[in-house]
Design a binder for this molecule. Structure first.
Ligand code: ZN
Ligand code: ZN
Length: 346
């Protein structure tokens, strides 16, 4: 079968023919992948920007961690999900034996394994995963929409981390998939107004408008502070950084009310310089958010199933696996919002 693989710790990805998956171990299932999304982090892996050195010992590896499919085979001892069940898969799982895992806080496990980074992922027709990472989705939910569960869960986790509550004013810096996911989930959480901010990012800012956001700002046309003043008439309650650009942290802080919360979600290849005295005096809170705790997943699946068409707007391209590298280039040039690879397409 064809697979998109990272072969060496340098720029690029390769489309290669690989052997069919090995025999399943206890507790594993084989998934036939129906749809797999290209994530911003996959683009970092493609470009091999700093921050992904942890993958080095696992190369070569098939990437792809945002996916939906059906159970094609069960390993020894697996009772559920049953054969043929439609599922999505939480790609990150804990070691199962550390204090965090024992306390049911797998998200804080320091020895997490991620499918598609350090073990073979979903840019291939078949992938082996631990059965307990599977979440059942309604049979009639379009797999392309179901494959959005992972990035939307990341957005939902960030919104939870930021403590967004009813009536909050929110600014999201970054109009990529995670920025848009955060904006959608902040609106769902009851934010009064959500501003989406991008820079030289026409395609994705216009997707924000399609998603129904009225306050969409292009920093090429308007300075951030002016835009925030105009829309909110003052500083805001919560700001999110979803850019990976260090200066976004100071930008985010500059528009917060005292005691406001800045959530950082980007993967930064460079450190940021922060105005610490201002942070102390203003009692600003800076919080990191990454991936999503297990309880977020079923909630997001219910949201997707309740209005699939509104979330489908996030999908800008559908490509065969043969054209996967084109998908990475489109994402890299910000000409795509979400590219979905369909490994079964002929
Ligand atoms: Zn992702
Ligand atoms: Zn653990």
């Amino acid at each position: 079968m064809l697979a998109v693989r990272k072969l060496t710790p340098s720029f690029g990805l390769s489309l290669v023919e690989v052997d069919p998956p090995r025999a399943l171990n206890a507790g594993e299932v084989l998934i036939e992948v129906d749809a797999a999304g290209i994530c911003g982090s996959d683009v970092h892996v493609y470009e091999w920007t700093p921050g992904y050195e942890f993958m080095q010992d696992s190369l070569p590896v098939t990437i792809g961690h945002e996916f939906a499919g059906r159970i094609a085979a069960l390993g020894p001892g697996v009772q559920s999900p049953t054969l043929g069940t439609a599922v999505v898969v939480a790609p990150s799982h804990g070691c199962g034996v550390c204090p965090a895992c024992h306390a049911a806080h797998e998200e804080f496990c320091a020895a997490r394994t991620t499918i598609g980074w350090v073990r073979d992922g979903a840019f291939a027709r078949l992938v082996i995963v631990p059965a307990r990472q599977c979440f059942t989705v309604p049979q009639n939910l379009d797999p392309e929409v179901a494959a959005l569960t992972e990035p939307l869960s990341v957005g939902a986790q960030a919104v939870k981390t930021g403590g967004v509550t009813l009536g909050d004013n929110v600014v999201v810096l970054g109009a990529g998939m995670i920025g848009l996911s955060i904006a959608l989930m902040a609106r769902r959480a009851g934010a009064a107004r959500v501003m989406v901010v991008g820079k030289s990012d026409e395609k994705r800012l216009s997707c924000a408008k399609d998603l129904g956001f009225k306050d969409v700002v292009d920093l090429d046309l308007q300075p951030l502070k002016d835009a925030v003043q105009k829309v909110f008439d003052g500083p805001v309650d919560v700001a999110f950084e979803a850019t990976g650009v260090p200066s976004s942290l100071t930008d985010g802080l500059s528009i917060l009310r005292r005691g406001g919360i800045l959530v950082t979600t980007g993967i930064h290849s460079k450190p940021a310089q922060l105005p610490l005295t201002t942070i102390v005096r203003g009692k600003y809170q800076i919080r990191g958010s990454h991936s999503a705790a297990r309880d977020i997943w079923p909630a997001v699946i219910r949201l997707l199933a309740s209005e699939p068409d509104s979330y489908r707007k996030l999908i800008s391209h559908r490509l065969k696996i043969q054209d996967a590298i084109t998908g990475f280039e489109l994402s890299r040039r910000r000409e795509a919002v979400k590219v979905i690879i369909v490994p079964g397409a002929q």
